[in-house]
Ligand binder design. Structure first.
Ligand code: ZN
Length: 169
């Protein structure tokens, strides 16, 4: 069953927002800095507010809006805690969302890739037989497996193999 949990990050959590999108979790980033407006967006879009700001968290809870207070600064720990708390399923790269706009990605056809003017030639030559180029349905950003891919994979492995950290004393 697909996750129906959707999130809204506060403006201090841009990095976490990007990572949640990579992991395939529907996560929006506000265009405003006003706490009040951000809380209202969470309410109107039925998203769980993720915030580092205790006051903002308390305001949201007082308004009966779902919120989660993020503690610490370590990306790995924060993401692990979120995955555990909300029982999130990671599906990388199948459900990865656009890191820029949270849009849904789709595979480009061979034809589209050939005609595309943004994708560099060497990428086309390398990827075209595998049809591994994706495009964001909303903002049209192109995605392919570059050198950063391995790092993402390693990081996700680290997120999944967390027994030691949880139990370690
Ligand atoms: Zn996009």
């Amino acid at each position: 069953m697909p996750d129906t949990k959707k999130f809204l990050c506060d403006i201090m959590l841009y990095d976490i927002c990007r990572w949640l999108r990579i992991l395939g979790i529907d996560t929006e980033f506000p265009k405003t800095e006003e706490d009040d407006e951000i809380i209202t967006i969470a309410y109107k879009t039925n998203r769980i507010l993720l915030t580092k700001d205790k006051e903002m968290y308390e305001q949201a809870i007082a308004r009966d809006i779902k919120a989660y207070l993020i503690l610490g600064n370590d990306r790995t720990t924060i993401l692990r805690n979120l995955i555990k708390e909300f029982d999130l399923t990671i599906e990388f790269p199948n459900r990865t969302r656009c890191t820029v706009c949270n849009g849904i990605l789709r595979k480009m056809t061979t034809n589209e890739v050939q005609k595309d003017e943004i994708i560099p030639e060497y990428v086309k030559n390398h990827h075209i037989k595998n049809k591994e180029i994706f495009i964001c349905k909303s903002c049209s950003k192109r995605y392919w497996q570059g050198s950063h891919w391995k790092n993402i994979n390693n990081f996700i492995d680290k997120l999944s193999n967390d027994k030691v950290d949880y139990d370690g004393t």
